[in-house]
Write a protein of this length. Structure first.
Length: 346
């Protein structure tokens, strides 16, 4: 009898200890989540960091995705999306600030960049915007991420816009540089005033086989030219450029970039026709959103007044002063990190 009672007592105490440990872990997770909602990011400046703590690979949909990760595994998730011709190092200073504030930060190389590879040689190397958005949803599924705050610029902002519009249940909030960037092939066929067309010179260059060959041969020179014209006041050094330039050595990079711009002009076919039909209606975005714009953005971009009404949820636009160009997260990491934290609070 006493042995049975003692065994029962030990079992009860073991269950109680397990319950207490689970409760303590839940409290820690809750505290970290609350810290991410309320704490400002630690002070960070452009060029403060030169590397990421963790670089990983995972099979996700059509791709084996290379990505950087920072912060606690149980923190609220933020996915940071880069543009062209840039890479994950646009967020090298943003990531540690968000991680210190309690966020789990995921920064994937988009298809055609860095260590991201197609899982099959037979897969069409599409650069159309819907395909890139589907990649990120697949990455979230692979990482068991139900919902995340999405933030980006250039291709990354367009990708975040598409996910927020088509899969709002996966997007807790969004930070979008240059606002609403969802487009369509029909819209891309419409002529613009000459000055606006001049800004898109590379789009027409890529429409030719000479342009494809030129980008293949001079991709580093091409990228550096875009960096300088898109961010005319950003004094990046050679080391900063080279850290990103290796991402363009991806074997699919040229195909992805050329197809992206040819597709926009209606010069190339694409996949995901049903998704593109939805995007062609220019759907509104209902998730909480903060849009940002640097005061020295030399890349084509719309005025905030042209897109404000597309955001029907909680919305704020923030102009960022100080000679900030197109690559806003790398040029103004503190402002970008703060916007991510603020929008994640809902």
């Amino acid at each position: 009898m006493s042995e049975r009672l003692d065994h029962g007592r030990r079992r009860f105490l073991g269950l109680a200890a397990g319950t207490l440990a689970s409760a303590q872990l839940a409290l820690v997770a809750s505290a970290r989540a609350e810290a991410a909602r309320t704490n400002p990011p630690p002070a960070t400046k452009a060029g403060g960091y030169t590397s990421f703590e963790q670089l990983k690979q995972i099979d996700a949909g059509l791709l084996n995705v290379g990505y950087a990760e920072a912060g606690p595994a149980n923190g609220p998730v933020v996915i940071l999306l880069h543009g062209w011709p840039y890479d994950i190092y646009s967020y090298v200073d943003v990531a540690p600030a968000l991680a210190s504030a309690g966020y789990r930060v995921i920064i994937p190389y988009l298809r055609g960049y860095g260590t991201t590879r197609f899982r099959s040689d037979a897969t069409f190397r599409s650069g159309q915007p819907a395909a890139v958005a589907v990649d990120i949803v697949a990455l979230m599924d692979a990482l068991d991420i139900a919902e995340a705050t999405l933030a980006g610029y250039d291709w990354g902002a367009r990708t975040a816009n598409i996910i927020a519009a088509l899969w709002p249940e996966r997007c807790k909030g969004m930070v979008s540089v240059s606002g609403y960037l969802i487009g369509s092939q029909e819209a891309g066929k419409q002529p613009l005033p000459p000055q606006a067309e001049l800004q898109w010179w590379y789009q027409f260059y890529f429409a030719t086989e000479r342009g494809r060959a030129g980008y293949e041969k001079y991709r580093r020179d091409f990228a550096k030219l875009i960096w300088r014209t898109a961010s005319p006041k950003w004094n990046f050094d050679d080391a900063t450029f080279e850290r990103s330039a290796v991402a363009f050595d991806n074997p699919d990079h040229v195909d992805i970039v050329v197809h992206n711009y040819r597709w926009r002009l209606g010069l190339a076919e694409g996949d995901y026709l049903e998704l593109e039909k939805k995007l062609a209606t220019f759907p509104v975005v209902s998730v909480p959103t903060i849009t940002l714009e640097g005061d020295a953005n030399g890349a084509p971009h719309p005025e905030p007044s042209a897109y404000a009404k597309k955001f029907v949820g909680k919305y704020e636009h923030r102009p960022i002063a100080g000679g900030i160009g197109h690559n806003l997260p790398q040029e103004a990491p503190q402002a970008f990190a703060q916007a991510v934290i603020d929008v994640s609070r809902g």
